[in-house]
Design a protein around this ligand. Sequence first.
Ligand SMILES: C[S@@+](CC[C@H](N)C(=O)[O-])C[C@H]1O[C@@H](n2cnc3c(N)ncnc32)[C@H](O)[C@@H]1O
Length: 705
Amino acid sequence: MRLYGRVLCCFSILYRCLAIPMRKRRCKCKGTLLFLIYRQMKLYQTLESQLKKEPNYVSDNGELKKWVVIDKAQNFDEELIELLLKEPIVKSSFFKEIAGVTVFNQSLFLQFLEQKNFLNDSYTQFKNKIGLTIDGKYLKQRNEVALVWPFKDCVLEGGQSREEDKREEIFFNEILAQDEITQLLEPKVITNAKHIDKEGEISLSKLNRDAELNKNRGLPEDTITDNLIIKGNNLLALHSLKKEFTGKVKLIYIDPPYNTGNDGFKYNDNFNHSTWLTFMENRLAISKELLKDDGLIFINLDDIEEAYARVLTDEIFGVNNFINVITVKSSTPSGTKTAHKEKTIIKQKDLILVYRKSAQATFNPQYTIRERWDTHYSKYLTKNKDSYGLENLTDILLKEGVIEEKISNNQIDINNQHFKKFYLENSDKICRLQSHKNKEAEKISRTKKDIVYEHFKNEVSQGLFYNGQVITPLKQGIKKVYQNQKFIEDLGMLLCDFWWDIDFQNTQNEGGVSFPTAKKPELLLSRIIEMASDENDIVLDYHLGSGTTCSVAHKMKRQYIGVEQLDYGENDSVKRLANVINGDQSGVSKAYNWQGGGSFVYLELKKYNQTFIEQIQEAKNTEELLNIWEQMKVKSFLNYNVDIQKQEEHIEEFKTLTLAEQKQHLVEILDKNQLYVNLSALDDKDFACTEEEKKVTQDFYQLKN
Ligand SMILES: C[S@@+](CC[C@H](N)C(=O)[O-])C[C@H]1O[C@@H](n2cnc3c(N)ncnc32)[C@H](O)[C@@H]1O
């Protein structure tokens, strides 16, 4: 029956695929329908096995890479068309003879492939239709990878804060099509591994895998238990983490380039919408795989890309897994920011998209301090032997000498130290009256006019009631809240999707590193980490920047993985984490009584072509670039279509280009599959991996040597 229903769903497209005129056949009889079902199944099977004859269309686990085929079909790929023509049933379904010419019915073929029923793929045609399109193709179908490099050297110039000081950055984005991606996403060889703790750093060959800790946190016993900081392109780092961390990460926080085009610091984030979306899609798709089933992801953006990202993230994580968008007040309008107030509405907020991996995810609710006394708490509960009484709070306050004269409307100054002490010490007695769902208790209580009545059910107290209302003590509203760099117990207000209470202005010195404009406050991260994880959970940030996420995670006893491509020198996350280990007292340290300690492991992905890219970025003139080209000719991997001789023939033309164009050209011709040394080349002499590199790489990927 289910099959019958499913077939009916895509009935019209199947009719078209099978080239059966709809009007003639409509509802003739069940026999016709069964015949159609049979033909449909046959076409599914035949097409699948025909396509699987081409190894490039088949994944490692033997499944058809449907989206690769779609990509090829969209480009009228000759090899694909040849393959389809070889199979008679497929040929008759998707090709037409017109005036002696065989014409490929591309749109019919694409529609057929995109059906949910074909290969049981979960992407329905409908979902595709609401997805993002770029150049008329759905982002998901493009199967492209966005790689991004800033051209300049990689040290953040501290103190550069005025807009006019901004340097002319050239930002190079390369989008690789499916065809060009062969080994790009293979795991990479690890190099320069160090263990860093209070004693300093030592080189590392073996990672910790604490079986007991893993058992307690419900992860496989051989999971890495070290904190990791990885230097390298985050897309490739994420793919290198895949084998070890799939399904193990509890929380991902990222703060990617907002795509504003005017961030006043080292990396330039000015690239167009489509590149930005491709860039995000590549990384978010693998992020999802790394998340635990009860995991959560927080994506920090602003309004430039948030709406675009939302469509993308709905598609990747599923509409049902969207939790909310948190609006965070991130600045106060003043100075130059308000210069165009007559022309625009000044931005004052950041936006954080929150998704869960599945319905298994839960949150630890967070509270902020109530700035005003909640005037509903106007009663005071007294107890005399077994009986309770209810008095007005202000009468008690007068009697206890907390206030000197009667106040109207309970307008008590919450900052009055006498009052604060009194209300915290008596939070079980200060109370309010509220309506309650327990109708029976309410009814009985109404009959006991002006008497506090305790209602029991099966000898268990259901609470105190008064004139039909339940008595709620203030204690229930006392929460852990952050104030003056500490967590205290105070009257809390549940934090929902608007966070106005975090200071973004005074974060410059947090962690002892300078990261103008982009550094996030430690309090923001501690709130997210509190909300979405528990001690020993794994937290990942693959846009680490100055290392806020990992610093806070370290102070909060979470295991962390941070990935950053740039080396920020004196302001690098590694320096910041070393400060944390040595007892850094900035940011949220006092709140977590941070005294220092712990360790982390620093790793790099072993560069190959990436080394040339960095040399190209740093070159000051054409002469330097030409020297690099000489090296590239001998040592680098160039794209398969690059003819060295042709390059040489046009060298004079090359010299006439601007320096930026020369750089762009040289970067472009390098094969990106060989940016870093692929794991499969670990023993390949050409890549000259050292014994240390082999040892740590084998240990990281748990390979037998
Ligand atoms: C807005 S900053 C993050 C700031 C961070 N939240 C903090 O508090 O310091 C974004 C970071 O992402 C990094 N990034 C951008 N593209 C990257 C890539 N492809 N691989 C690794 N890191 C990348 C940038 O270098 C930059 O440091």
